[in-house]
Design a protein around this ligand. Structure first.
Ligand code: ASP
Length: 413
């Protein structure tokens, strides 16, 4: 019997191959419809199960994570290392996106007219960067019960941070509540273990659907952009992030990938950092040996704040739209793209195609036609796969790096 890891890998492969075959030769026959129907059922089942545990998991993980960090007197070190890592890796990703776009300039000479119909039907959400910022800040502090019920990860994260700190300050007095949370977390991890049994099937179904329903023609028109963005995102995931990991911790990328596989494939298949979170946490703790308190802090925070793939994509897509519109963005405009893409990636929730919504911000910031998003939307489902995997990878590498720092500082003491 192959291991769970291998089964997930096989599931992904089978899904992609069968989906592509259906796309090529399937027509609209009954078999194709049947297969698509079945895969939709299985895919929804898997993602719904992950979402079922998501909110209780994020909440308890963070509360317990923060509370236990304080016990180690390391909270300051963890906070700062985490935020420095998030900022560094996101900046590197965006820089990479901007550099490759300036080098290869896809979209130049392509005529916007060919997308005229698509753009005519598109109703963008209009919001300036400052309005977005107000909206973002306004959403941070919420009634925790409403955030929990709505499944609003950002609201849940913030309240959990407060609660974690309060539990620590109260010390012994709140020991029982903390123990309760700790045990609840244990139970959640057990349920996640069960859900993982169907992960190979779920991943297979998700990828089958994706490959079977891709519009190949549209993809071909935008090939150059798709190849460049995917290439740059992969470069960030395969070279830049592992290099950071190696430089700081001396750990080999192969060790990392072996441990992170399940999470990366799940992220690729679900296109959602949030849905993947239960798997990410499990891999980070079990396979990458990151302590529960560190992983419990860095991973959920990273799933909402740290999105390297999304940041890279948003910066690159802005330049692509500029090329399409025949506008040459100068250095200062590209700097604006850099900063708004960072805000946009922080503000984007870890949901499929969420980056597309915040993309509007980046385009508006430099006065580009927001309607151009209509060109990017049809290919987004595909690009979202790789960028979500890299988003999740960033959180896992961040956890290992933070753990390493904490260990070192403890040794010195
Ligand atoms: N799907 C991405 C994620 O969940 C967000 C995005 O870029 O659309 O991480």
């Amino acid at each position: 019997m192959p291991s769970l890891n291998q089964q997930i890998f096989i599931g992904a492969f089978v899904g992609l191959v069968v989906g592509s075959l259906l796309n090529q030769f399937g027509g609209a026959g009954e078999i194709q419809n049947g297969v698509l129907y079945a895969s939709t059922l299985v895919a929804n089942f898997f993602v719904d199960l992950l979402k079922m545990v998501l909110i209780p998991l994020v909440f308890t993980t963070l509360v317990v994570g923060v509370a236990n960090l304080q016990a180690h007197k390391n909270i300051h070190k963890v906070w700062t290392t985490t935020l420095i890592f998030f900022a560094t890796s996101t900046s590197l990703a965006m820089l990479l996106g901007l550099v490759v776009m300036n080098l290869f300039r896809p979209g130049e000479g392509m005529h916007l007219a060919m997308f005229h119909d698509a753009m005519g039907n598109f109703q963008p959400l209009k919001m300036t960067t400052s309005e977005f910022f107000v909206h973002f800040l306004h959403n941070i502090f919420q009634n925790p019960f409403s955030a929990l019920a709505k499944g609003d990860v950002m609201g849940v994260v913030v309240f959990a941070l407060f609660l974690g700190v309060a539990l620590v300050m109260g010390g012994e007095r709140y020991r029982n509540i903390l123990n309760l949370f700790q045990e609840f977390l244990d139970v959640m991890m057990r349920i996640i273990g069960w859900i993982m049994y169907i992960a190979p099937l779920g991943v297979c179904a998700l990828l089958l659907k994706l490959a079977a329903t891709q519009n190949v023609e549209l993809l071909a028109t935008l090939t150059k952009f798709v190849v460049i963005v995917t290439g740059a995102t992969l470069f960030h995931g395969v070279v830049v992030l592992p290099l950071l990991l190696f430089l700081v911790t001396k750990k080999s990328p192969f060790w990392f990938w072996r441990g992170a596989r399940e999470a990366l494939i799940t992220a690729f298949a679900t296109s959602s950092s949030n849905a993947t979170l239960p798997v990410t946490l499990r891999c980070t703790e079990k396979n990458l040996n990151v302590r529960k308190d560190v992983a419990g802090f860095v991973v959920p925070l990273g799933a909402t704040l740290n999105m390297d793939g999304t940041a890279l994509y948003e910066a690159a897509a802005a330049l692509f739209v500029a090329n399409l519109a025949g506008i040459d963005l100068n250095l200062s405009q590209q700097l604006v793209v850099f900063f708004t893409a960072m805000v946009a990636s922080i503000g984007a929730p870890g949901l499929p195609s969420a980056g597309m919504v915040t993309m509007v911000l980046v385009l508006q910031a430099v006065g580009l036609p927001v309607e151009a998003i209509a060109i990017l939307l049809p290919i987004d489902r595909l690009l979202d796969t790789v960028r979500t995997a890299v988003n999740v990878q960033g959180d896992m590498i961040g956890s290992v790096i933070v753990q390493n720092y904490v260990d070192k500082s403890e040794q010195i003491r």
